[in-house]
Design a protein around this ligand. Structure first.
Ligand code: SF4
Length: 365
């Protein structure tokens, strides 16, 4: 692996900074989290933007900040309300970690986001990228904020052919950013790289002819921009088959269950569901699962929709059945029989929101 010093040896750092920052100053998108430098808002936006597109994040961010405008508001909020505000964004551990970390900031730092790398990076859910983003954007500290986008852009500009899927390559990019970041305006430097990756230097079709840093770009010079970055393919994704049921009683109330406080989609609400063993029928499995797990006698009807949901490491394929509750339901903290209107107050993962929608549409037919 080449050393960062060698890579930037003949690179015109000052001119690159000027071109990048000049372009960002003139062309940056007007995004709600760019209206002030409040570290809390920068933090919330960066967490939301992980694995989620800007267009999707905007309404969530506005709603979240109007509900929890300060660190104190978020720290004092019920987790249930925080998850509800996050509903649909996915990767819910981000919301739980954010609230946990915000409570740390309230309790240990007097409600003010700390300004040092050591302290910020110890907050729960705050990795090296978010640390760099908060410190550079909110506090003007020249720290790298390197994610996949930035690695793509810099691998093209600086002609780096290392595999960006490898952790040690990330370290190389951190060093490269340390070497070329503007100390006068690290915020616009980092945001400029991110914006360039989002608008111009996109993964499949970089718009090199419109690029403000084209004259610095070695991949453009060599005509290899589409071959970079080097990235080994992802590990295979496991497929899991599930059966779920939307169970209603005689009055039309629906049964929902709260997921465990640990693991995937922790603490969100769902319709009862089970992973299918291949040699039993799904209806049989669901019926015995409902009796054994929840003490609920039910009659499982027809499947009315199938839903697939892709996580980073697995895919759910869910067949969803309608069903009728027979007899009484013992409600608890984690099992509730609610009207549909009441159920609207509870946070469901995206796949279960889709079930809800499909069930309601079917009833209207
Ligand atoms: Fe990306 Fe092309 Fe600009 Fe190079 S010239 S940074 S490849 S858009």
């Amino acid at each position: 692996m080449k050393q960062s010093k060698e890579i930037v040896k003949d690179f015109n750092i000052a001119k690159f900074q000027e071109d990048l920052i000049g372009w960002f100053t003139a062309e940056q998108r007007d995004l709600p989290w760019r209206q002030d430098k409040d570290p809390y808002k920068v933090w919330v936006s960066e967490i939301m933007l992980q694995q989620t597109r800007v267009d999707t994040v905007i309404p969530y961010f506005n709603n979240f900040i109007s509900k929890f405008p300060t660190i104190e508001h978020l720290a004092d909020a019920d987790e249930e309300d925080v998850l509800k505000a996050w509903e649909g964004l996915g990767y819910y551990s981000r919301a739980r970690n954010l609230q946990h970390a915000v409570r740390e900031v309230r309790d240990e730092y007097g409600g003010i986001v700390p300004e040092t790398k050591d302290e910020v990076s110890k907050l729960r859910g705050v990795g090296p990228y978010t640390t760099g983003a908060i410190l550079s954007i909110a506090y003007g500290v020249p720290e790298p904020a390197v994610d996949g986008n930035v690695m793509r852009v810099l691998s093209r500009i600086l002609f780096v052919w290392e595999d960006i899927a490898k952790p040690k390559t990330r370290k190389l990019f951190d060093e490269l950013v340390y070497a070329i970041i503007s100390h006068e305006n690290p915020s616009f430097f980092n945001q400029g790289l991110m914006e360039l990756g989002a608008l111009i230097c996109t993964p499949k079709s970089p718009a090199c002819l419109l690029c403000p840093v084209q004259e610095h770009c070695r991949a453009f010079e060599e005509g290899t921009q589409k071959e970079l970055p080097v990235k080994t393919s992802k590990k295979s994704v496991k497929a899991v088959e599930l059966a779920a049921t939307v169970l209603t009683d005689e009055s039309g109330k629906v049964l929902i269950h709260k997921r465990s406080s640990k693991g995937l989609l922790a603490n969100l609400w769902e319709f009862p569901n089970i992973e299918i063993q291949k040699d039993l029928s799904k209806e049989e499995e669901l019926t015995s699962f409902l009796t054994e797990k929840y003490g609920v006698e039910a009659e499982i009807g027809q499947p009315f929709t199938t839903i697939s949901h892709v996580f980073s490491h697995l895919t759910w394929h869910i067949t969803v059945y309608e069903g009728k509750i027979r007899g009484k339901v013992e409600e608890s903290e984690t099992l509730k029989l609610l009207t549909w209107e009441e159920a609207e107050q509870y946070a469901f993962p995206v796949s279960h929101q889709k079930m809800k929608k499909a069930f309601k549409e079917r009833q209207q037919d």
